[in-house]
Design a protein around this ligand. Structure first.
Ligand SMILES: NC(=O)c1ccc[n+]([C@@H]2O[C@H](COP(=O)([O-])OP(=O)(O)OC[C@H]3O[C@@H](n4cnc5c(N)ncnc54)[C@H](O)[C@@H]3O)[C@@H](O)[C@H]2O)c1
Length: 257
């Protein structure tokens, strides 16, 4: 086979990507870069106004995208989103499981409802979105990429974030197990491990100061959605054809400090 050039390796033209929760924040950053790299992007969110804005930004830059209302914690919506990607763009190559939530609450005061609500989106939703996407990718026989957005909290605890930290630890292991099971189908499953990233969600949340820990970041700044998007493009593209089941840490050095 002829050796691909670096621009060819990064080119996602002809590929379809789903990015969950891409109306704003990290998901939006990833959707914008996927669109720029040439992929057709399905922007999913529970906030349609925000989702349509992401689509507008991608299309204004010459990309191709459409939005769909979908709740990442709903199994029915997982299947609906995969069907929509195939109906709209003819195929599915890349799933980015980004939608997630976080709150700060002492372990002594977390309720069952809070626990379930967070796990339903951060872990259960991510798992069943991946299952629905993988079923379609296997049927099509072209391989695929699943990129999970974990967190530094998968590896380092933040006080008052026990359910979140547990959910992201779960994301790390689900990534590795699914990578093993899906390798025979050439579906590569990897996770990005962001440190603290400046997003609308993080700014709204009182936890952001705690998770921020800016003084502790060796590179002396918080992350941006585009810092995460650049890693996502690497994992979505042919640049990472021999990488599966791994964690790409994008945290300015937080975890080594
Ligand atoms: N911001 C950070 O510091 C940080 C750090 C590590 C990991 N993360 C992870 O990155 C992901 C995105 O975080 P963010 O800070 O960009 O969030 P954000 O709150 O800024 O944006 C989240 C987006 O997801 C959408 N959303 C919420 N619930 C949804 C649902 N049930 N179904 C579909 N869409 C839904 C929201 O409407 C919004 O558009 C999360 O998984 C989060 O845990 C964030």
């Amino acid at each position: 086979m002829q050796k691909q050039t670096i621009p060819e390796l990064f080119n996602l033209k002809g590929k379809t990507a789903i990015v969950t929760g891409s109306g704003m924040g990290i998901g939006e950053g990833i959707a914008l870069r996927l669109g720029e790299a040439g992929a057709d992007v399905l922007v999913t969110d529970i906030n349609m106004e925000a989702a349509e804005l992401t689509v507008e930004k991608i299309c204004n830059e010459g990309g191709n995208a459409r939005a769909i209302h979908a709740d990442s914690s709903s199994l029915g919506d997982s299947k609906k989103v995969v069907r929509e990607a195939v109906d709209a763009f003819g195929r599915l190559d890349i799933l980015v499981n980004n939608a997630g939530k976080y709150f700060m609450k002492s372990a002594l005061s977390v309720t069952e409802e809070m626990w379930d609500d967070l796990m339903d989106i951060n872990l259960k939703g991510l798992f069943f979105n991946s299952q629905a996407a993988a079923q379609e990718m296997i049927k099509a026989g072209n391989g695929g990429r699943i990129i999970n957005i974990a967190s530094k909290d998968a590896f380092h605890p933040t006080a008052k974030m026990a359910p979140y930290d547990a959910s992201k630890g779960g994301v790390a292991m689900v990534t590795k197990t699914m990578a093993l099971e899906l390798a025979p189908h050439n579906i590569l499953v990897n996770a990005i491990v962001p440190g603290a990233v400046v997003t609308p969600g993080a700014q709204r949340n009182p936890a952001s100061k705690a998770i921020g820990g800016e003084p502790r970041v060796p590179l002396k700044r918080l992350g941006t959605p585009d810092d995460i998007a650049r890693a996502a493009i690497f994992l979505a593209s042919n640049m990472s054809e021999y990488i599966t089941g791994t964690m790409v840490v994008v945290d300015g050095g937080f975890l080594i400090s």
